[in-house]
Design a protein around this ligand. Structure first.
Ligand code: 1CP
Length: 357
C-alpha cells in the first residue's frame, strides 16, 4: 500500500478545493462496517446506539475500511440519529429496521420532549472516538450529520418511511410546528458538526438522504432558508462541506445555492451533465449505483471507467457510490474500485478533457 499523504495535501481536500490532485480521491458511503468480516466480528448484536457508547470500538470500526481498501478518507462510525439519543426522545435504532421514535413527534408539545444538546457532554463518546481515529490515520476524517428534513422524517413518521406522508402533511399545514422543529434541528446539527471539527474532522458531509421526496417549490419554501442558515453556520467552521441526497436531480439548482463545497449525487443523474453545469463552482461526488458493486469485476470496472470519463468536466471530483454500500458487497470489489480509481482516474480524466478541447 502507498503511504498516506498528509491531511493538508490530501487528494480529497484538494479535490474539494477544486485543485489538481495526485490521484482521484475515493471513499464509500457506509464503508464502515456492513460488508466487512472484521466489523461483524467485533460489532456483536447490540443496537448501534450501544456500540457508539464505546469510543474505542467506534474508532476501530472507522479505521477498518481505510486499512482494508486504502480509501482517501475515514468517515466516523456513527448514525444521523445518534446526536438525538442523549435528548431522551424515545429513540431506538433497531437492527435490520433503522431509527424508531416512540411516540413520534406530531404536536408542539412533542417538541418540549426534546431538550437542547450540550455537544461536549452529550457527544463525549463521539469526540473521544474522533480523537482516537485522529491518532490512527493520516487521511482526512469525515464528520457527518443528517440534514433537517431527513432527521425530521424519522421524528415525525416514527420509523423508516418511503412516502413521508405525516412529515409532508405537517410541513404544509402547521408552519409553527415545522419552523420550530427545523430550527431546533439546525441547532443540534450545527453543534454536532462543530464538535466533530473540534475533535479532528477536516471534512463534513450533510446527509439529506430523503429530501428528494419534495418538489423544488416546496424545497425552496419550507427548507431553503433553514438550509442556508445551517450551511452558513457550518462554513464558519472553515472545513469543506459535502451535500448529499438521493433522487435530488430536480433540486440541484437550488441546493447549489447553499454554502457548500461539493454536491454529492446518485446514479439517477447524468454525471457528465452535473459536472458541466456545476463543476466550475463546486466539487462533484458520486455516483456509482451500489448494485453494480455486486456485478462481475470486469463489468464493475467498466462502469467505474465510464463514471470517471463523465466526471472529466469537474476539476474537483471525488469518486463514490450514489448511495451506501450494500451489506452483501464483497470487500474485494471495493478494493478493486479503489485501485482502479487511484491508478487510472487522473489519466482518464485529463485525456477526456484534452479530447474535448
Ligand atoms: O460508513 C458508515 O457505515 C458510517 C456509519 C453510518 C452512516 C454514515 C451509519 C451507521 N449510518 C449512517 C448514515 C445514515 N443513517 C443515513 C444517511 C445515509 C443513507 O442514506 O444511507 C440514514 C438515512 C440513516 C438512518 C438509518 N440508520 C437507517 C436507514 C433507515 C431507512 O430509512 O431506510 C438505518 C438502517 C440505520 C441504522 C444504521 N446506521 C448505521 C448502521 C451500521 C446501521 C445498522 C444498524 C443495525 O442494523 O444494527
Amino acid at each position: 500500500m502507498q503511504p498516506h499523504t498528509l491531511n493538508s495535501t490530501s487528494p480529497l481536500i484538494s479535490a474539494l478545493n477544486r485543485q489538481k490532485t495526485s490521484h482521484t480521491p475515493v471513499w464509500f458511503m457506509r464503508q464502515a462496517g456492513r460488508s466487512l468480516p472484521e466489523y461483524r466480528k467485533i460489532r456483536g448484536v447490540e443496537s448501534i446506539l450501544q456500540v457508539l457508547k464505546h469510543p474505542e470500538l467506534a474508532a476501530e470500526i472507522t479505521v477498518q475500511p481505510v486499512r482494508r481498501y486504502g480509501v482517501d478518507a475515514a468517515i466516523i462510525y456513527s448514525d444521523i440519529m445518534a446526536p438525538l439519543d442523549p435528548l431522551n426522545i424515545g429513540l431506538d435504532i433497531k437492527p435490520g429496521i433503522g431509527p424508531v421514535v416512540n411516540p413520534p413527534f406530531r404536536t408542539l408539545a412533542d417538541l418540549d420532549r426534546m431538550r437542547s444538546l450540550e455537544a461536549e457532554d452529550d457527544l463525549a463518546s463521539m469526540a473521544q472516538a474522533l480523537e482516537l481515529v485522529r491518532r490512527e490515520v493520516s487521511v482526512p476524517i469525515i464528520g457527518f450529520a443528517g440534514a433537517p428534513f431527513t432527521i425530521a422524517s424519522y421524528l415525525i413518521e416514527g420509523n423508516p418511511s418511503r412516502s413521508y406522508e405525516n412529515t409532508k402533511f405537517l410541513m404544509v399545514t402547521n408552519p409553527l410546528f415545522w419552523d420550530r422543529l427545523i430550527n431546533r434541528l439546525v441547532d443540534i446539527i450545527a453543534d454536532t458538526l462543530a464538535l466533530q471539527v473540534a475533535h479532528g474532522a477536516t471534512v463534513l458531509q450533510l446527509f439529506d438522504s430523503w429530501v428528494g421526496a419534495l418538489s423544488p417549490a416546496h424545497y425552496r419554501r419550507y427548507l431553503l432558508p433553514h438550509m442556508r442558515e445551517l450551511t452558513e453556520r457550518v462554513s464558519s467552521l472553515g472545513v469543506p462541506l459535502i451535500h448529499f441526497g438521493i433522487n435530488t436531480g430536480s433540486l440541484l439548482d437550488t441546493v447549489a445555492e447553499l454554502s457548500i463545497a461539493a454536491l454529492g449525487v446518485d446514479w439517477r443523474v447524468d454525471l457528465g451533465e452535473v459536472a458541466a453545469r456545476f463543476g466550475d463552482r463546486l466539487a462533484i461526488q458520486g455516483n456509482l449505483d451500489p448494485v453494480l458493486a455486486l456485478a462481475p469485476t470486469d463489468v464493475l470496472l467498466g462502469e467505474v471507467d465510464s463514471i470517471l470519463r463523465h466526471s472529466a468536466r469537474a476539476p474537483g471530483y471525488i469518486f463514490n457510490l450514489g448511495h451506501g454500500v450494500l451489506p452483501t458487497t464483497d470487500p474485494a470489489q471495493l478494493r478493486a474500485i479503489t485501485d482502479y480509481v487511484h491508478d487510472y482516474g487522473e489519466p482518464i480524466r485529463s485525456q477526456v478533457l484534452q479530447e474535448s478541447q
